[in-house]
Design a protein around this ligand. Structure first.
Ligand SMILES: C[S@@+](CC[C@H](N)C(=O)[O-])C[C@H]1O[C@@H](n2cnc3c(N)ncnc32)[C@H](O)[C@@H]1O
Length: 352
């Protein structure tokens, strides 16, 4: 293959790598570009390159996407290969054979490659709802907020961040890895979510301070105030229920910035969330009151308008100060602001 063709092959393989490791829907992977590469290739080398960047990638070997996802991916790749005149590629069939012999599990991994070359790895559930919660998978608004945060890292630099409804942690881990906050307080109310969140923080090298308690949460152990530290960032995982948290507890946290992603999907829930926002301190001894950034997908227009109306009932001064709402509008107008070309963001509503 000529030099230009090789460069294209490398670029396409990287597109597969990024998408596959993050578990993007198969339809979003660069199949058309692969076909373009195949026009200039007489052998199976582009397929081997794609295999090496995906199912044979060290991250996939250690932290693989779901069995179903790998099976569907390899079947698609074999279909593409069989439509060419290239010699059969044993590795393709061997890889599929291995996956077919692997038992399905209730969890899988997603790996996101950062511009720094570092990766974020998350252990997720394969089911969108499990253990009675939506918090064990990463949602589109969380992916989007992470995307936006990397582009606006100055908002987080050296500041104290409180995240509400963190789920399994993608947004916060991305901010801790790439935006240099002073302190990051992850929070959620669900036992299983807090457990998985703590494990994911650990998985990403955001280790415990030697003198602090083990963050590895044993059964029956409270999640409150697990303090971790990485590169001078204080990281904690807090059990915080919007229905129960008091004004004083929120004031104690002294957050400069409050974040939440994909927490506006149920009218009752958004009412509780508004309650938390109303309880945020107004005057922190002359320090600025927290800025609030909320990212949400518009699924049901009624829920969305209801949330906006509830926000409208907040005191004017409270509302105007610090709110920035992200509406993930791509469902409505097909456009999406992806400044970094989509390191994190992809549609998760259909799993594959
Ligand atoms: C759809 S998930 C979003 C998770 C994550 N922010 C994301 O974008 O991937 C909603 C999260 O809100 C949490 N949540 C729901 N009700 C809550 C409450 N009353 N107090 C605290 N967290 C709550 C759930 O446990 C879940 O983790």
């Amino acid at each position: 293959m000529e030099e230009g063709g090789q460069a294209l092959e490398g670029k396409v393989a990287l597109g597969f790598q990024r998408g596959f490791l993050a578990g993007k829907r198969l339809a979003e992977l660069p199949w058309e570009s692969l076909e373009e590469v195949l026009k200039h290739s007489k052998d199976s080398s582009p397929f081997l390159t794609v295999l090496q960047k995906t199912v044979f990638h060290p991250l996939c070997l250690k932290y693989p996407p779901s069995v179903k996802y790998r099976r569907r991916f390899l079947s698609e790749l074999i279909k593409k290969h069989e439509s060419t005149t290239a010699e059969p590629l044993d590795q393709l069939y061997e890889a599929l054979g291995d996956v077919l012999n692997t038992e399905e599990t209730t969890h899988c991994y997603k790996n996101y490659l950062l511009p720094s070359g570092d990766a974020i790895t998350l252990r997720e559930n394969v089911a969108i709802v499990s253990q009675g919660t939506t918090g064990l998978v990463t949602w589109e608004a969380g992916l989007y907020l992470a995307e936006w945060a990397l582009e606006n890292s100055d908002i987080f630099r050296y500041r104290r961040i409180l995240e509400l409804g963190s789920g399994i942690g993608l947004t916060g881990i991305a901010i801790c890895k790439a935006c240099h906050p002073g302190e990051y307080i992850f929070s959620d109310h669900h036992e299983g979510v807090l457990q998985q969140l703590s494990e994911n923080i650990h998985l990403n090298g955001l280790g415990l301070e030697p003198e602090s308690r083990s963050h590895h949460v044993e059964e029956g152990q409270s999640h409150q105030d697990h303090l971790l530290r990485v590169d001078h960032i204080r990281i904690s995982v807090k059990e915080l229920d919007w229905n129960l948290v008091s004004k004083d507890e929120l004031a104690e946290l002294q957050a400069d910035v409050v974040l939440a992603a994909d927490v506006v999907y149920d009218p009752e829930l958004s009412q509780h969330l508004i309650g938390v926002l109303q309880k945020l301190p107004k005057d922190r001894r002359n320090k600025e009151t927290p800025e609030v950034y909320i990212a949400f997908s518009i699924r049901n227009p009624d829920t969305y308008h209801g949330f906006q109306m509830q926000l409208g009932t907040m005191e004017k001064e409270q509302r105007e100060r610090h709110f920035l709402l992200f509406e993930i509008k791509w469902r409505l107008d097909g456009k999406l602001y992806l400044p970094l070309g989509g390191i994190f963001f992809h549609m998760t509503s259909m799993l594959i």
